[in-house]
Design a protein around this ligand. Structure first.
Ligand SMILES: C[S@@+](CC[C@H](N)C(=O)[O-])C[C@H]1O[C@@H](n2cnc3c(N)ncnc32)[C@H](O)[C@@H]1O
Length: 161
């Protein structure tokens, strides 16, 4: 969240700096500031689209392409607040969707089992989901426990946290 706020501050400050520089007669510097502002704004727009809409469109396409029967058992590694877990569970009316996470608030703002639980309930899939607190690099499941495993930005290299 602080990074997000810092980005907004820069996106707002750069056009103001460009205007001030132009008024002061520094046309070259003003152009550079304006260009940087436009680039940042574009990146910001792409980021916003990806997290708010694009990610869901891509996951819908992936999950639909699997032609699930609807009775599978699925695992979402690093489910966070449940965005993808919900979409999986929606496609498993007779199945089970398990989400495992360490609930890192650095990786996702407002991250917690309670937030995931709230979102699953709001989407009407809570009863077919299970949430586990745990490290996905040492998962407590026997082999062949799942028909499908998904993970959206679920982990990064490095030692278990
Ligand atoms: C960027 S968030 C993505 C959350 C969710 N998959 C989504 O797409 O909205 C990454 C998630 O992975 C979890 N995570 C990171 N490393 C993990 C690990 N080693 N084991 C379990 N969960 C992990 C974080 O707690 C966080 O919820």
């Amino acid at each position: 969240m602080p990074l997000f706020l810092a980005m907004i501050a820069v996106v707002v400050a750069l056009p103001m700096a460009a205007a001030a520089l132009a008024l002061a007669g520094f046309v070259g510097a003003a152009s550079v500031s304006a260009l940087a502002a436009a680039l940042l704004l574009t990146m910001f727009g792409f980021g916003l689209h990806t997290t708010r809409r694009g990610k869901f469109l891509v996951w819908a396409e992936i999950l639909d392409s699997l032609r699930l029967r609807g009775d599978e058992r699925a695992l979402d590694g690093g489910c966070g607040r449940g965005a993808v877990l919900t979409m999986v569970a929606e496609r498993l009316p007779r199945g089970r969707a398990v989400g495992i996470d360490i609930w890192s608030k650095r990786d996702q703002s407002g991250n917690s089992a309670e937030a995931a639980e709230h979102n699953l309930a709001a989407e009407g899939v809570r009863e077919r989901c299970e949430l586990l607190t745990g490290e996905m690099r040492s998962m407590p499941f026997p082999d062949a426990s799942f028909d499908l495993i998904v993970s959206s930005l679920g982990t990064k290299p490095g030692p278990p946290k």
